[in-house]
Design a protein around this ligand. Sequence first.
Ligand SMILES: Nc1ncnc2c1ncn2[C@@H]1O[C@H](COP(=O)(O)OP(=O)(O)OP(=O)(O)O)[C@@H](O)[C@H]1O
Ligand SMILES: [Mg+2]
Length: 275
Amino acid sequence: MMMNDMANVASSTGGGGRRIGEVILDLKNISLRFGGVKALTDISFDIREHEIRSIIGPNGAGKSSMLNVINGVYHPQEGQILFRGEPRQKMEPHMAAAQGIARTFQNIALFKGMTVLDNIMTGRNLKMKCNLFHHALFFGKAQREEIEHRKKVEEVIDFLEIQSIRKTPVGRLPYGLQKRVELARALAAEPTMLLLDEPMAGMNVEEKQDMCRFILDVNDQFGTTIVLIEHDMGVVMDISDRVVVLDYGKKIGDGPPDEVKNNPDVIAAYLGTSH
Ligand SMILES: Nc1ncnc2c1ncn2[C@@H]1O[C@H](COP(=O)(O)OP(=O)(O)OP(=O)(O)O)[C@@H](O)[C@H]1O
Ligand SMILES: [Mg+2]
């Protein structure tokens, strides 16, 4: 897709009306090693409420590792993370979910044999209070809760325009639609912060355009903070409020798209002249 198209998508969803809020996640001097591999070295940046914050950089730069730190999957050896101003304790992924953080993965992580509907339903797991025991004892309450979950899932299905495939096993869908189902599952958790690891990778132009529009709509209509890893620079520069650039695990740029685009270190990293 042309960059102008993306810009039109951005403005048509009313990006200007969005209010970027306070810092919700503040990452300070994060370093992460795997044995001898330094995946992240002394990285600091913050994420503000309601913004689209992109993380870019060449392959192996540490982008996915950074998402895993934010998500509580990886625990950095050094550094501090403040969540709404409070230092975050060592956390597990389910704790991130409880803080309103949901994600999609670089490699689609869905149950291929299950239907679209059932896959999206798994995104509600954390919200379900009633377990089997409750179901047995308090049938009415469990039933009401089930109805509420179904309603939320149907809303997400409508929002992402996937009604026609709701009963299809995910494994039978083309790649682009599987990516959309994964987004649906993340949205079913009603996150305040959505981490997207290359949501448009491997998509054709039309699929990319759709995904781009959905990301902007989620951000605009629900105010969801988006942390986006994406290799397509046209998309990144058009829809991001701020961009952080990683290279070999180090931060080499951070700022609004126009600033980052003209940063000599960033240009060098992408042209491969700095190494
Ligand atoms: N679980 C792990 N164990 C060992 N090394 C890891 C692990 N996860 C990441 N790494 C290493 O950390 C570095 C950064 O990897 P990461 O996947 O974060 O990069 P990336 O920027 O997401 O790359 P890509 O664009 O290819 O997805 C790489 O050298 C990678 O091999
Ligand atoms: Mg990655």
